[in-house]
Design a protein around this ligand. Structure first.
Ligand SMILES: [Zn+2]
Length: 270
């Protein structure tokens, strides 16, 4: 079955990973801007990164007939530096016309600090002014519920935000309803240990249904598996879920969300 991985950091992965993903049926991916494995000292460091996301990775993916899209922002981890964040936010519009940029992301909170919240709201302002889709990172483990609550409150406080044009990512059992009940899309991250295992993600799908929900590997520098979406497909098959329901989660839903992007150009889909 063909699938889409809507959240994976290919800058941290090898070309062999692209090849294995292609063999497993990966048709397209999107790569949110995030922490690149080290703190960047200048806005120019981010410019190099944005060029990499918008030019280098699409070419690397195309060798394996995988479509590569990206999202731009300064991530929550580096957003603690507000003046640097403002320089980066000011630079983003020049990249938004790149044909494979889907929107602003992954913005959010890391340690739920006041500086992170300020930078998050300034990204919302940029997204509103440029009419971009928004992809949201929610914090890990013990910070997750509080951080997700703070994020949903900030989204609701900005009347320009249209919930159906926002995806709240890394949801788990205790945050999935916060996202869905407020009209947002949501993503579940399949990690081998922390976040959701494929089995937990299928449990959640059985609880909340398959509307406005997608899954991703969030493959990155840490212990993660770029083939975890195919693993979820196997788990859904094992439990007897119909093919159409599986395809909706791993293919149709991310595509439906992406299609709202300003730069979207249709391609032959299955
Ligand atoms: Zn990420």
């Amino acid at each position: 079955m063909n699938y889409i991985d809507p959240h994976i950091h290919m800058i941290s992965r090898t070309t062999d990973d692209y090849q294995r993903m292609a063999y497993a049926g990966c048709a397209a991916i999107s790569e949110p801007a995030f922490w690149a494995g080290f703190d960047r000292r200048t806005a120019e460091g981010f410019r190099d990164y944005f060029v990499h996301l918008t030019h280098v990775e699409p070419k690397r993916a195309a060798q394996f007939h995988i479509r590569h899209y990206s999202w731009l922002c300064i991530n929550a981890k580096e957003a603690e530096n507000v003046s640097l964040s403002r320089e980066v936010i000011a630079m983003i519009p020049e990249f938004l016309k790149s044909p494979y940029v889907l929107g602003i992301g992954e913005i959010g909170l890391n340690k739920n600090t006041a500086n992170e919240a300020t930078v998050f709201q300034e990204h919302l302002d940029l997204a509103a002014k440029t009419n971009e889709l928004i992809l949201i990172h929610t914090p890990h483990l013990e910070d997750k519920y509080k951080g997700t609550r703070m994020i949903v409150d900030m989204l609701k406080n900005d009347r320009r935000v249209q919930p159906h044009r926002v995806c709240v990512d890394h949801v788990e059992e205790h945050t999935v309803r916060l996202a869905l009940d407020n009209g947002f899309w949501c993503g579940m991250t399949l990690y081998p240990t922390t976040k959701c295992t494929p089995a937990r993600a299928v449990d959640i799908l059985e609880m909340v249904g398959t509307d406005r929900i997608m899954v991703n590997s969030a493959g990155d520098w840490g212990k993660s598996d770029p083939l975890s979406v195919p693993e979820l497909i196997q788990e859904m098959k094992r439990r007897g879920h119909p093919e159409a329901a599986i395809k909706k989660v791993v293919y149709d839903n991310p595509l439906e969300f992406w299609r709202q992007s300003n730069n979207w150009r249709e391609w032959p889909t299955q």
